[in-house]
Ligand binder design. Sequence first.
Ligand code: NAD
Length: 351
Amino acid sequence: MSIAPSELAYVPFVSVENMMRLVHHIGVEEMMAGICTNLEEDFRRWQAFDKTPRVASHSQEGVIELMPTSDGETYGFKYVNGHPKNTREGLQTVTAFGLLADVYTGYPVLLSEMTVLTALRTAAMSAFATKVLAPKAAKTMAMIGNGAQSEFQALALKAICGIETVRMYDIDPSATARAAGNLEGRMNVVSCGSPEEAIEGAQVITTCTADKQYATILTDNMVGAGVHINAIGGDCPGKTELHKDILYRSDVFVEYTPQTRVEGEIQQVGEDFEVTELWQVLSGARQGRRDRRQITLFDGVGFAIEDFSALRYVRDQLEGTGIYQKLDMLADPDDPRDLFGMVERAGEAVR
Ligand code: NAD
């Protein structure tokens, strides 16, 4: 008697190793461009999704979060942590995995690592916001915070927005040296000794630092007229990157307001501070960039729909590649009510 599950009960699983194979199979820039296309599609059908701020469990050291959503046909969630102290212990600040399920049956249809995928989707999201909001002629970006996300951020803006030069700064020069080395030959890289030097001549500024505190990575006098800022490192209560005066001079764009009010840069200002959700710019309900002097600020914290967009991209790419394992994670007896009998028969089969 076979105790092997039916084909239907197998769940495609993308391990870290297979995610890296997929990245090489598709190309890192191409993959971020593909995820960006999905992001745009999903932000255009914003009303179709269940939306809820992520469910966060905070501790002294960091945060563990669940990020669920559904478009009525497919359900998805991501498990993700954020532990700024981890790098000092040789661990990642952010690790994640995620799942898609069929709403009709409730059966999972994909389980995937999402540490690498989160970096790809976060970069694709910054590029998406930059494409919508930044000056069209932008060719130079500043990348402040040169940790795990940074190379992805720079390459996504290159691939999707035509950025040619990245000016990099980190309080830890070895982080800048690593990122600059990894980007060598892919785009122009300028390693900088201060944040002021990094933003010189940049039309786009991305801050992606990790510190569990209200930090001031950019002060008001550093931000000139006309720039676009992606502030993506501050993404939980008590963790921000910009001086609050910058917010008052900017038009602020967010993913999902109820979540960003708690987690984003705008936690520094009142509940009545006006923001625009990005989907409203796509739908034409609200304006994005109006003029050359306007400062646009994407206060990105990462929202469940973005993980959904990335997971469905991976699901669609897997077909025919074999770059996944079949995971036996659903108990699925031939007679749906005979779960106990299935367990009993397994005993006979292994005896
Ligand atoms: P990381 O720990 O690998 O890198 C962070 C870097 O910031 C480090 O190199 C550190 O030296 C540098 N840094 C800290 N303070 C600085 C300062 N004052 N000036 C310049 N550099 C400074 O972390 P990571 O994985 O790259 O993530 C960075 C941040 O982005 C984290 O806070 C993470 O939670 C956040 N994040 C946000 C999203 C999103 O969707 N918005 C997604 C992923 C990660």
